[in-house]
Design a protein. Sequence first.
Length: 362
Amino acid sequence: RYGDVGDGYEMGPKRQRVIDQGSSFYGTPPGSSFMYNPPPYSYIGQIPPFPVVRLHGLPFDCSEADIAEFFHGLDIVDILFVHKNGKFSGEAYCVLAYSIQVDFALQKNRQNIGRRYVEVFRCKRQEYYKAIANEVSDSHGGSPHRNISKAKSSDNGKESAEHTGVLRLRGLPFSASKDDIMDFFKDFVISEDSIHIIINSEGRPTGEAFMGFASAEDSKAAMSKDRKRLGNRYIELFPSTPEELDAAVSRSRSNISNNPKSSEEGKDSDEHSGVLRMRGLPFSAGKEDIIDFFKDFVLSEDSVHVMFNSGGRATGEAFVEFANAEDSKAAMTKDRMTLGSRYIELFPASFDELNDAASRAR
């Protein structure tokens, strides 16, 4: 492929992404059922352009997770945040897997992320290359959304960085729980209180977490898990500090307090629709196991929906439809009880959430 043509997967090595064959870094399966209007034209009989779009007007606390949600249903290969003088400019480039997806992405123009409407523009491969070059040469370091200096963001920097007993995790599945993280680091003695999953301003997990180890030696040894998989995502680890941890946890708590439905108090709300979301299931759990977990309630196999990722593996989540809202509220007494060796978290959910999750899991 030459010039401004080609698909987006070839960009993986340039941006240090580990892209599985035929799958997106952000976990959206190729061939997704797009929830948009048909594209205005196709590329029959001509070489398609390189699949990259530019976003303008992003919120300054925008994360990769927010953009992945904004373009839900599209296969995102890379997201590059643009900064000037060390500050986020409100712009980003998003590389998609296939040229045809640019047409769908452009239909999101002037739709909102949070309270900001975002402009989406068609652009060329050369503009994206130039943005990468500027990121590399910027004397202030990388995008503030990485929250680390360039030295620490490289593999060499990871090896030479000083360890304080704190690690930052990036690339977590959005459904990952503290139990999943403890299982990921099962060779180390850690507690739930030492794990801090970061929440964004919309009350959703960002895919990042901080965790404290018993000692600097343990956190250094735990770096052996860098780029290992948790579910269908590979996890990046970075040495961090107690100060970075405290700042991230403070921001996350502020976001949770502004989004009560994402907090523990949200579980006690009266807004029950008859649907519960289960999180932290053993990956081997089937519908019969879930029915047995809720054995005090009348359930059928058709009312249990186990979630699977693009690779056909269980995500550890499921949705359960009860006979009525009263039953789902009563079933919340099972919150944090164990199924097998795992404790299960329960959350009130809606039929829209169930249908959306089931659509993504197909």
